[in-house]
Design a protein around this ligand. Sequence first.
Ligand SMILES: Nc1ncnc2c1ncn2[C@@H]1O[C@H](COP(=O)(O)OP(=O)(O)O)[C@@H](O)[C@H]1O
Ligand SMILES: [Mg+2]
Length: 281
Amino acid sequence: MIQVKDLTFSYTGKPFIQNMNFNVEKGEIFGFLGPSGAGKSTLQKILLGMLPGYEGSATVGGAECKKHNSDFYQSIGVDFEYSTMYEKLSARENLGFFSSLYKRKVRNIDDLLASVGLENDADKRVSDYSKGMKSRLNFIKALIHDPELLFLDEPTSGLDPTNSRLMKDMVLEEKKRGKTILLTTHNMQDATELCDRVAFIVGGQIYALDTPHNLIMSKGAAKITYSWIDGSEQTATCELDAVSGDEKLRQLIAENRLQSIHSSEPTLNDIFIEITGRTLV
Ligand SMILES: Nc1ncnc2c1ncn2[C@@H]1O[C@H](COP(=O)(O)OP(=O)(O)O)[C@@H](O)[C@H]1O
Ligand SMILES: [Mg+2]
């Protein structure tokens, strides 16, 4: 669906996106995970044809991104990081207007509004919407024409946990319907839950690209932490696949002196820090 080869891009003369290579397959949720300023939105804009001054090659559906025509924009849906609604119009009027721009069959506006819990606010002006309401409205705007390919820029950013869950379920629902989804996030939880594959991005470069599971398993095995009382509480850690060789643990088990024991896997966040040397914030 998307092929990027030796992609380089600069805003200022100094290369920012450097020599990037990746493919996105049809039907997958592909994530760009990285901290603020990493280049995630820049990459999406290149793929959208908004930044044509790149070198190398980037194609979507076989067409070079700097040459996208109006047919291309009929087939994709974009949820930008910022609101792209007319503030003086109501939600329903906005969706009605944007629907009219598409040649394709459009989805039912009331159903879309209800799907994100905005059915009772449909006739309010967007200027009276909260940030979270605008995010949800922006998201369904991307779905109006039922596009094959969705670009979502930080879709859960600024949402409360309930709305964030709702948004993630809707993204997964679009995947079930066969859509291809490219999303950016700095939230490792979102990346772990949603993405089939994730690219770690920092400073315009890809540091790793794999399934969240493989990335987590690639470094640092799951660990066991256990504690016991020896005067005061003591703790020790060992790797899960090496427990049988841990003498202290064996002794504590034999003497029934274990105070607590738990296992923990590294998170995508731990792996991100280990691979890129950067935190996600
Ligand atoms: N139009 C622009 N002109 C110059 N620099 C820009 C422009 N847009 C973004 N940048 C810079 O490019 C870098 C990456 O931005 P962006 O792609 O928005 O990162 P992310 O989405 O990962 O937070 C930032 O340092 C930002 O300041
Ligand atoms: Mg961004």
